[in-house]
Design a protein around this ligand. Structure first.
Ligand SMILES: Nc1nc2c(ncn2[C@@H]2O[C@H](COP(=O)(O)OP(=O)(O)OP(=O)(O)O)[C@@H](O)[C@H]2O)c(=O)[nH]1
Ligand SMILES: [Mg+2]
Length: 560
């Protein structure tokens, strides 16, 4: 795998993959321009790599009259391009190719789409005008050079400017041809050099027409130009003084080009620089309009912005209220007590309890065929509170995340709120709150109550017989006593008192049991409601945060 440029520990493949993924992650979040640009770089890289990597497309770019065509001819060693007096002269880019094994031939000849792998490369570059060149002793080294003479970037002709912009955007190596009169023009620095600061590894700057300056002012001029380039962020770019007319410095320029062409990696450096620029545009789109405080962290890595606990608790609380959990919990306690009284109450009055409806059954929590409960719908206040809690989750999660990602995190928190009401009703309806189990002691207490009632009945019957005998004035059999109280009276009164006492005791136990069951139901419901909150609010929020974290990581990787 090829390694790139100066900081180029990262293989180009990985860099481009990171950029492509960052663009995918940013889809719908960032402005379309930055995303499209990143995708375009990935696509262009794919095409460039499929074309000849043995060739290096080098463009001579600059203002009109700076001497691009003259230099093109000087490098080719023959007059191919028209050098004009009237401006602008060059209207369409043309190419010169150095063919291996043609060292002895001289002059230039026009070639079609052939010239081995250079043909498809030039087709892709959109340069139909091509010349085959033989360049003496250095041909072998230069055999991969595809030199392009471009029109003027500051042209009065729009088509010239468009062609320049297109080719500057795709060639492997850029040679900026400046002249002593116009080298400080804002046009070239602001429109091209500064935005191409990351392309310093694939750039050479030439100050042409050096013959027009006395030697001392030439070196002052070159120093001045270096200063301007440093201000453009292009400190290490080679700056050469040349004269296309006298040939001064042309050999040095040839040597510089030969060195780069023979390495055959300018194409990869260019793509790496493109990827870095596109990554930086993605990063800028992330921080745009939000000040520098929220810049993407330099080293990449996911931002540590967890959804904090209190917010989750508040969310669960709001969801519980909206889901009428307090009503259910209260009904659980009441139902337990109701059923306990029905099972263990004093048999004489117990039947009345059966006439009252079961508080839980009234809510139709379980066993309702349509799955819908009769729980009260959330009130407007509860819905608003739920909405606020959901928003708060989003806001807390988005803290520290730069716009527009912060907005997308907040959106993510609210993305499934419409599903909340149904999901809450469903989980409350289907969650077993544990009231169907009948405690064993109820049965024992119930049996005891029946025993006591039977005792009472025996006493009453006995007393009734005695009463009838008295009434008929028949002799009474002797009635046994407990102390001084007759047995039938003891049985009747004792049974009644004991029954009432047992019932009272059972009520206390049922009250405690109801409270315990209510607590358990609250716990169980909290767990399922927390699950709903996790699934419909926390999970989408975290997914968006994770997406942002991954985006930051990928952008840092693509731009490293
Ligand atoms: N003194 C001097 N004149 C030069 C030099 N290079 C080019 N010229 C002259 O500058 C003028 C413009 O040269 P071209 O090569 O046509 O310039 P260009 O950059 O191709 O111009 P466009 O095609 O219009 O963009 C011509 O008159 C050249 O003779 C040089 O090194 N020294
Ligand atoms: Mg020209």
């Amino acid at each position: 795998m090829k390694l790139l440029g100066r900081k180029a520990e990262l293989p180009l493949d990985e860099r481009l993959a990171a950029l492509g993924e960052a663009a995918d992650l940013a889809e719908g979040r960032l402005g379309g321009a930055a995303v499209e640009r990143a995708r375009a770089v990935v696509a262009r890289a794919g095409v460039r790599r499929s074309l000849s990597v043995e060739h290096t497309a080098v463009a001579l770019a600059g203002a009109t009259g700076s001497g691009k065509s003259s230099l093109f001819n000087a490098l080719a060693g023959v007059d191919i391009a028209e050098v004009g007096v009237t401006r602008p002269t060059t209207a369409h880019a043309q190419a010169a190719l150095w063919q291996p094994g043609r060292a002895e031939s001289t002059g230039a000849e026009s070639v079609g789409a052939g010239a081995s792998g250079a043909g498809p490369l030039l087709d892709w570059l959109g340069v139909p005008l091509r010349h085959m060149v033989a360049g003496g002793g250095s041909t072998a080294k230069r055999s991969g050079l595809v030199l392009l003479d471009l029109p003027d970037h500051d042209s009065i002709e729009l088509s010239h400017r468009l062609e320049v912009d297109r080719l500057v955007g795709v060639v492997d190596l850029l040679v900026w041809v400046l002249d002593p009169q116009k080298y400080a023009d804002a046009a070239v620095h602001e429109r091209y050099l500064r935005p191409l600061a990351r392309h310093r590894d694939v750039m050479v700057v030439v100050l042409n027409k050096i013959d027009r300056l006395p030697r001392r002012s030439a070196s002052r001029c070159l120093d001045d130009l270096r200063g301007l380039l440093a201000a453009d962020g292009l400190r290490d770019v080679p700056v050469l003084g040349v004269s296309a007319r006298t040939g001064e410095g042309v050999a040095e320029l040839c040597a510089e080009l030969d060195r780069r062409v023979s390495r055959r990696r300018a194409w990869a450096s260019r793509l790496a620089a493109d990827a870095a620029t596109a990554a930086s545009a993605l990063a800028d789109a992330t921080t745009a309009g939000n000040g520098s405080a929220d810049r993407i962290p330099a080293g990449g890595g996911a931002p540590a912005v967890p959804v904090n606990r209190p917010r989750t608790r508040e969310l669960v609380r709001a969801l519980e209220q909206a889901a009428a959990v307090p009503t259910v919990v209260q009904a659980v306690a009441k139902a337990h007590r109701h059923r306990a009284v029905a099972a263990t109450g004093w048999p004489v009055t117990r039947w009345m309890r059966r006439l009252r409806p079961d508080p839980l059954r009234r809510l139709r929590l379980s066993g309702a065929g349509d799955g819908r409960t009769s729980l009260p719908a959330a009130t407007a206040v509860q819905v608003a509170a739920m909405d606020v809690a959901v928003r708060d989750v989003g806001t807390a999660a988005a803290a520290g995340v730069p716009e527009p990602w912060a907005t997308s995190v907040r959106h993510a928190a609210r993305s499934r709120t419409t599903e909340l009401a149904d999901a809450l009703d469903r989980v409350v309806a289907t969650t077993s709150v544990g009231v169907s189990r009948t405690p064993r002691w109820w049965r024992a207490a119930g049996a005891l109550q029946w025993l006591l009632a039977a005792t009472m009945a025996v006493g009453a019957l006995w007393l009734g017989v005695l009463f009838v005998l008295d009434y008929l004035m028949l002799p009474r059999p002797p009635t046994p006593t407990v102390g001084r109280a007759p047995w039938p009276t003891v049985l009747l009164a004792g049974g009644a008192v004991a029954g009432v006492l047992v019932a009272a005791f059972c009520r206390v136990a049922a009250w405690l049991g109801g409270r315990r069951r209510a607590r358990r139901a609250a716990r169980v419901l909290r767990a399922v409601i927390e699950q709903v909150g996790n699934e419909l609010v926390i999970a989408p929020t975290m997914a968006e945060l994770t997406r942002y974290g991954r985006f930051v990581e990928r952008v840092a990787l693509a731009g490293s």
